[in-house]
Write a protein that binds this ligand. Structure first.
Ligand code: ADP
Ligand code: LRH
Length: 495
């Protein structure tokens, strides 16, 4: 008979999937059961997630597992961070669930800082300042006099919402709670100071639960998942980045002196170190690094970089113009283009949610005195070079913050399949890159379920299993010199 499996539901901003993982012959074996698109829904001026559509897809994936031969031992869901829904006092879902790119948070910083100083917010939370953080989404709701805040009874982050659908149990998981910028990781509780300053209803912020917790059995019936009734939901790091970092194939865990960093490479690039304690100081605030809560008390000191979002949105823009594209052909066209023709800053705010990415890049080129892209290859290459250049800067900042030398960069997630970007990263950063696993997030999710159920003893043991099961692709720096001049140009772009 097939070995019993754990199921990971992993929803990224661009796609979702349901994977099964089991241990066979001392290796972690993964199989993908179902993959589906995750497309936002625009309703008049608002931007939402299609949460109920995603729930249908999740149930489809889980039902495929239920129909399979292997016994299902547990299920866990991870998704992107910062987004939330509310339940009312009757336990009904309120509203469709905003997308973090929705425009209502624009201009929220000064309004927040009138209430509580920027330094104080950082001291309370250790989080980087991004308008998309839950804190500014909720402040925007308050400032719009949203009646939702009056009737909300329980906040759930998006993975918590799916766990609630699966089990009927409403609980906020820790790693994702820390992405709100309303949670104090040092005091291990919601920041009452910030909740008060933003005039948020404290009743909705229930106590958080740790990854590894057995939440409860899956419901049956029409609302549940027939065939998986009674199977336990075991909480992974429900923040996808938290799960991805669990799957770094390193031989240590949260080292005090990190010599490796990670880039979780998907819609975003999350670049940072896994460290034992939050690093909350002036330099960290000035560089706008974040301290996200990780599994087993660890901290992810990292920076959000605008990621493959630009690459994805160039594809979407060109497809709307009738072109047919796929990732390998885009990477090939980028590889064929001459280097450094158009440098694109992935973190330029103009790229956050433009109606057309190709137009936004043309306007950026014009504003920064660069020639317009002569063909698609230049556009694609510019998006990837911009990322590699941003990684180079971020690496320097990480080394100065942690006081160590980083020798190895682990690239995880869908972006690990982009060999050109991996090589550019090795060259721009002058470091060895180890690419993979591609499905790091689902793997980290499954490993945490195994730890929660006591099937493996620790994250370190899980990392050993991952090293035994997935071979990373190695990229050594090959032609790093031209990146020095490009980096100089890049630094001056917005000047
Ligand atoms: P998210 O979790 O944010 O939805 P993923 O980790 O799934 O993102 O990564 C998706 C990205 O991976 C795509 O936008 C694409 O750029 C990249 N990608 C996926 N498949 C390939 C491929 N075969 N070659 C190159 N890049 C790929
Ligand atoms: C990546 C991610 C990231 C968050 C962003 C909103 O998927 O979870 O860690 O900052 O989405």
């Amino acid at each position: 008979a097939s070995a019993p499996v754990h199921l990971a539901v992993d929803l990224g901003a661009s796609s979702g999937r349901v994977l099964a993982g089991c241990i066979e012959d001392g290796q972690l074996k993964l199989s993908e059961l179902h993959r589906f698109a995750n497309d936002p829904v625009h309703v008049q001026g608002r931007m939402y997630w299609n949460l109920l559509g995603l729930w249908q897809e999740i149930r489809k994936g889980l039902s495929l597992a239920a129909a399979g031969e292997a016994k299902v031992l547990s299920v866990g869901v991870d998704t992107w961070g910062v987004d939330y829904v509310f339940l009312d006092a009757n336990g009904d879902l309120i509203g469709p669930g905003y997308h973090y790119r929705d425009a209502r948070t624009r201009g929220m910083f000064p309004k927040a800082f009138e209430r509580v100083g920027r330094e104080e917010i950082f001291a309370e939370t250790g989080l980087q300042f991004m308008e998309l953080n839950t804190a500014y989404q909720l402040l925007a709701a308050r400032l719009e006099n949203s009646p939702v805040l009056d009737i909300a009874n329980q906040m759930l982050m998006i993975p918590d919402f799916f766990h609630w659908l699966l089990t009927g149990k409403a609980a906020i998981e820790y790693t994702n709670a820390t992405t709100t910028q309303l949670y104090n990781t040092q005091q291990q509780g919601w920041s009452q100071k910030l909740l008060k300053a933003f005039d948020l209803p404290t009743r909705v912020f229930s106590d958080v639960v740790q990854p590894g917790t057995v939440l409860g059995p899956i419901l049956g019936g029409q609302g549940g998942v027939p065939g998986l009734e009674g199977v336990p939901v075991v909480l992974p790091a429900t923040h996808d980045t938290g799960s991805a970092v669990v799957a770094v194939p390193a031989d240590n865990f949260a080292p005090a002196q990190p010599d490796w960093c990670y880039i979780s490479s998907g819609t975003w690039s999350l670049m940072g170190c896994e460290i034992p304690e939050p690093l909350i100081n002036d330099r960290c605030a000035e560089l706008n690094f974040t301290n996200e809560g990780g599994v087993q008390g660890s901290t992810r000191l990292l920076k959000n970089i605008g990621g493959l979002w630009i690459f994805q949105q160039i594809k979407a823009s060109l497809e709307r113009r009738g072109q047919t594209l796929d990732w390998p052909s885009m990477v090939q066209a980028a590889a064929d283009a001459k280097p450094f023709q158009l440098l694109i800053d992935p973190d330029c705010p103009d790229f956050a949610a433009p109606a057309c990415m190709v137009d936004a890049i043309a306007a950026f080129a014009n504003r920064t005195g660069q020639p317009a892209a002569a063909d698609n290859g230049v556009l694609f290459r510019g998006a990837l070079e911009g990322l590699a250049l941003r990684y180079r800067t971020c690496l320097g900042w990480l080394e100065s913050l942690t006081g160590t030398t980083i020798n190895t960069i682990h690239i995880l997630g869908g972006g690990a399949q982009n060999a050109l970007l991996c090589q550019m990263t090795a060259d721009a950063c002058r470091r060895r890159v180890l690419a993979g696993p591609v499905e790091a997030t689902a793997i980290g999710n499954i490993v945490m379920q195994m730890v929660g159920l006591g099937q493996i003893g620790s994250i370190q043991e899980g990392r050993q299993l991952i090293r035994d099961s997935f071979q990373p692709v190695v990229y050594e720096p090959q032609d790093p010199d031209p990146w020095d001049a490009a980096a100089e140009r890049f630094e001056k772009l917005d000047a």
